[in-house]
Design a protein around this ligand. Structure first.
Ligand code: GLN
Length: 389
């Protein structure tokens, strides 16, 4: 038999999703793959129940059901403070995962370069490979995860077609400041580069930090593909509802890519989600309040346990310092952690381009009881993990 495609040889399966399977295997408290263990809002589930008697069980319009697009345009126009045309500036996708791949395929040709900040969400590496593009990594330097302006300009000087901006950032919890974003914008303008954003944590930005939508910076609307999803905002990661917002000329092309990739996102779920997109401001305030409390509780408890960790400015991930354990492989460490301590984590190396082996990622999008169970298990973890062979 002839070998399978060359492009699939260069990446593994997702380490994040592999860690979920490993957590299940060892019955570990799974704080690896980021998803909540609490219910979505009741009103949303009621709307979902209603769809069983509605006429929404065949294909929706490929780029998004009209009522979903209208509700989304209204919501995002409000938060982005920029008018969005539901008919020409949105494509609804199967999660932000498809949105990002679709955006990459819309913008790049094989061989084009794409700037990615490191650490980065692992899908971006695979997205570049699938679209034939070549990543240029620019480090976000721990502990504050700031970038060096010269490093970024050096990357732009290689004339990339696009930059990927995950803000708030998974896994490091960085929220880019307006000043940083303006600097990126100045380079995007100078080198005529598109910007593809991943803003799925847009509503999880902890005070005093503020979310600035990159597309809304002066001159950036024309060159930005804003990707996001409903997964984290409404606790519905399994619904796979995402979208790209961009000017009509970009969306016209993105719709073609999406059309042939997936035809469309699930029609009944789009119908039900209209209810969520029309939630009042109080919903977003309560969500942020809930996650702020979770962050403070979880990070505070880690500190009390004497575990070195980052404190995110946004999103719901924490990087723990595991350098004391001196494992050569953080992947091996995470397997031992799941097996002997009973906590599922993601090895930091799956996010860093640099040879960094001293972090693991946990998340706190869980009920307090679940977090407490994980923290109890982490208590005295050094004694539970056998000395390195
Ligand atoms: N974004 C989440 C994470 O980083 C979930 C990833 C996924 O499996 N889609 O864990």
């Amino acid at each position: 038999m002839k070998p399978l495609s060359e492009r699939t040889k260069t990446f593994t399966d997702s380490v994040i999703r592999r860690m979920t399977r490993i957590s299940l295997q060892y019955d570990a408290v799974n704080l690896s793959q980021g998803f909540p263990d609490f219910d979505p809002p009741k009103a949303l589930l009621e709307a979902l129940a209603k769809t069983t008697t509605q006429d929404v069980h065949q294909y929706a319009i490929t780029w998004g059901a009209p009522n979903f697009c209208e509700a989304l345009a209204e919501k995002q126009s409000h938060f982005m403070q920029h008018p969005i045309d539901p008919k020409t500036e949105i494509v609804v996708t199967c999660g932000s995962t498809e949105a990002m791949t679709c955006a990459m395929m819309t913008v790049t040709n094989p061989g084009d370069k794409v700037v990615i900040f490191s650490p980065f969400y692992e899908n971006y590496g695979a997205d570049t490979i699938l679209s034939g593009a070549e990543p240029i990594y620019v480090p976000l330097n721990p502990p504050n995860f700031t970038f060096n302006k010269e490093d970024l300009e050096a990357a732009f000087a290689q004339h990339p077609k696009a930059l990927i901006l995950c803000n708030p950032s998974n896994p490091c919890g960085k929220v880019f400041t307006r000043e940083e974003l303006l600097y990126i914008a100045s380079l995007a303008e100078k080198y005529d580069t598109y910007v593809i954003t991943d803003e799925v944590y847009e509503h999880l930005v902890y005070a005093p930090h503020e979310h600035v939508y990159f597309a809304t910076l002066p001159g950036m609307w024309e060159r930005t593909l804003s990707c996001s999803s409903l997964s984290k905002t409404y606790s519905i990661t399994g619904w796979r509802l995402g979208y790209i917002i961009a000017p009509p000329n970009i969306i016209e092309t993105a719709r073609k890519v999406h059309d042939f990739l997936t035809v469309g996102a699930a029609a009944p779920l789009q119908e039900a989600a209209v209810t969520a997109l029309r939630f009042p401001q109080a919903y977003y305030d309560e969500l942020l309040d809930l996650y702020t409390k979770k962050r403070d509780f979880f990070c505070g408890a880690l500190t009390d346990l004497g575990i070195g960790h980052t404190t995110p400015e946004g999103a719901y991930y924490v990087l723990l310092d595991v350098s004391d354990f001196a494992f050569d492989s953080d992947l091996e460490f995470c397997e031992v952690l799941a097996r002997d301590v009973g906590v599922g984590a993601v090895p930091g190396s799956s996010f860093f381009k640099e040879d960094i082996n001293s972090y693991i990622r946990l998340h706190f999008a869980k009920q307090e009881d679940t977090l407490k169970r994980a923290l109890d298990r982490l208590d005295g973890w050094k004694k539970k993990i056998p000395a390195r062979r």
